[in-house]
Design a binder for this molecule. Structure first.
Ligand code: NAD
Ligand code: UGA
Length: 470
């Protein structure tokens, strides 16, 4: 029986390994993490992450060929294939590349541990998103500490999106495997291909050299984020000209060379990956002297910052230039629907902007806890991607913020509503009831373009939607 071990039991490690276990009953999969609470949660009924469809997959395999454990060394030692899916956040501490380069501390310590405990040859798979040429560094660490054991390193970046992870893993656009172009490298690539071939059609399993695989991952995220910044830049122009961004992006999407996906204007993209991976790309370009290329990709992030600021400023300016002591309901805090993840969610920037103007916030998100919200609003930028158990942060309560478990409670007596996550349940709210219980004039600022503007205006709301005529 082939044994797989995955280091890092989070949004990537957990769902990816659960799907491998489900699709490959002949493979034994162990997912390990240094976080005891996280592993306990994986072994309980309340999984540590909210991801539609994940519970059912885990339930089918857990205890059969899928195991979650904190005994990292044992499972690494026993594995034939070791996936490394630890966090690779933006480097925060001072020094070379701080604020842009990827922090490979967690990766390096995992590699050193693999070299230390291994007693048999292994394939080590880079699952985390890393800068180009990271495998070269990892190879050095492993071979210089190997005690005669042979390691083959592969790059196998993950393309799942949160909220749709299970369907993305069941039916991936492609699986990308990069390896050394040597007989041993090819053998290792084939071994990993054989795992995915249990359910992924062969023509969707792409093999490349190591550097192409690493760079392709950064390129995909940069292209996706660039589309959002492009449509968000258009949304500002729409507001200035009376065009409607939904109509413009629909017309654009009908061009078969462009296509319909990732053209929804929004309050800005969230999740650490887009920002961190582009910053990483910018840093690599700068290191290679490609300053114009670096400058080009930086603009994608600048437009995202601009969009979040623009939204917060719009709220304040619309409400007679002050939100001081006004109650603002925040509907949605996660960075997108169907996840409880709040890392770099635009809600943090918008809320901080409103708090800066002394607003009182009442926040409701169906999947985000009060503790998480309080922590996010007191954290420094870039701390979001460092797991809390590795980087303890003591939250100081933000007094102007209350968190509630119901949209009607959040909006009661509020002067304005900001919709910051596109949760389906927000589309079906009884807005007449909400209007009746609000201060007047009652404002709605829709950061996700999910409400029916005409209907809300008929009720009496003053409505601002991204990129739509006022
Ligand atoms: P995460 O940051 O949420 O968690 C990483 C986990 O690794 C933590 O639970 C941490 O305790 C564990 N860990 C760190 N060092 C360890 C060690 N030495 N031994 C054992 N466990 C250790 O991770 P994530 O969101 O799953 O992302 C992992 C990687 O995958 C990142 O590089 C990310 O860029 C990339 N990625 C993420 C997504 C996503 O949707 N989250 C999608 C594609 C790629
Ligand atoms: C993204 C990529 O889609 C994945 O392929 C990739 O694996 C992952 O990053 C990663 O490397 O971590 P994710 O961040 O989970 O996945 O979710 P997305 O669906 O890409 O959404 C990212 C952000 O963009 C969200 O805040 C979302 O609301 C926003 N978005 C998305 C828009 O504002 N408009 C759109 O049209 C699409």
């Amino acid at each position: 029986m082939v044994k797989i071990c995955c280091i890092g039991a989070s949004y990537v490690g957990g769902p990816t390994m659960a799907v491998i276990a489900l699709k490959c009953p002949s493979i034994e999969v162990a997912v390990v993490d240094i976080s005891v609470p996280r592993i306990n949660a994986w072994n309980s009924y309340q999984l540590p992450i909210y991801e539609p469809g994940l519970d059912a997959v885990v339930k089918q395999c857990r205890g059969k060929n899928l195991f979650f454990s904190t005994d990292v060394e044992k499972h690494v030692r026993e594995a034939d294939i070791v996936f490394v899916s630890v966090n690779t956040p933006t480097k925060t501490t001072r020094g070379l590349g701080a604020g842009k380069a990827a922090d490979l501390t967690y990766w390096e310590s995992a590699a050193r541990m693999i070299a230390d405990v291994s007693k048999s040859d292994k394939i080590v798979v880079e699952k985390s998103t890393v800068p180009v040429k990271t495998t070269e560094a990892i190879e050095k660490i492993l071979t210089h500490n190997s005690k005669g054991i042979k390691f083959q390193i592969l790059s196998n970046p993950e393309f799942l999106a949160e909220g749709t992870a299970i369907q993305d893993l069941f039916n991936p656009d492609r699986v990308l495997i990069g390896g050394r172009e040597t007989p041993e490298g090819n053998k290792a690539v084939q071994a990993l291909k054989d795992v995915y071939a249990h359910w992924v059609p062969e023509d969707r399993i792409l093999t490349t050299n190591l550097w192409s695989a690493e760079l392709s991952k950064l390129a995909v995220n940069a292209f996706l984020a660039q589309r959002i910044s492009s449509v968000n830049a258009m949304s500002a122009l729409c507001e200035a000209t009376g065009a409607d961004v939904t109509q413009v992006s629909y017309a654009v999407s009908k061009d078969t060379r462009i296509g319909p996906k990732f053209l929804n204007a929004s309050v800005g993209f969230g999740r650490s990956c887009f920002q961190k991976d582009i910053l990483n790309l910018v840093y690599i370009c700068e290191c290679n002297g490609l300053l114009e290329v670096a400058e080009y990709w930086k603009q994608v992030i600048k437009i995202n910052e601009y969009q979040k600021n623009r939204f917060a400023n719009r709220v304040v300016s619309s409400m007679f230039n002050t939100v001081s002591n006004k109650k603002i309901a925040i509907l949605g805090f996660a960075f997108k629907k169907d996840t409880g993840d709040t890392r770099e969610t635009p809600a943090i920037d918008v809320c901080k902007g409103l708090l800066g103007d002394k607003a009182r916030l009442s926040i409701f998100d169906p999947q985000v806890t009060v503790d998480q919200i309080q922590r996010d609003l007191t954290m420094k930028k870039f701390d979001w991607d460092h797991p809390l158990h590795l980087q303890p942060i003591s939250p100081t309560t933000v007094k102007q913020v209350t968190c509630v478990w119901d949209a009607y409670e959040a909006t009661k007596d509020a002067h304005g509503i900001c919709i910051l996550t596109e949760w389906d349940e927000f589309k079906n709210l009884d807005f007449k009831r909400i209007y009746d219980n609000m201060q007047k004039p009652a404002f709605v600022f829709d950061g996700r373009n999910i409400v029916n503007v005409d209907q809300l205006r008929e009720i009496g709301f003053i409505v601002y939607s991204i990129g739509k005529p006022l």
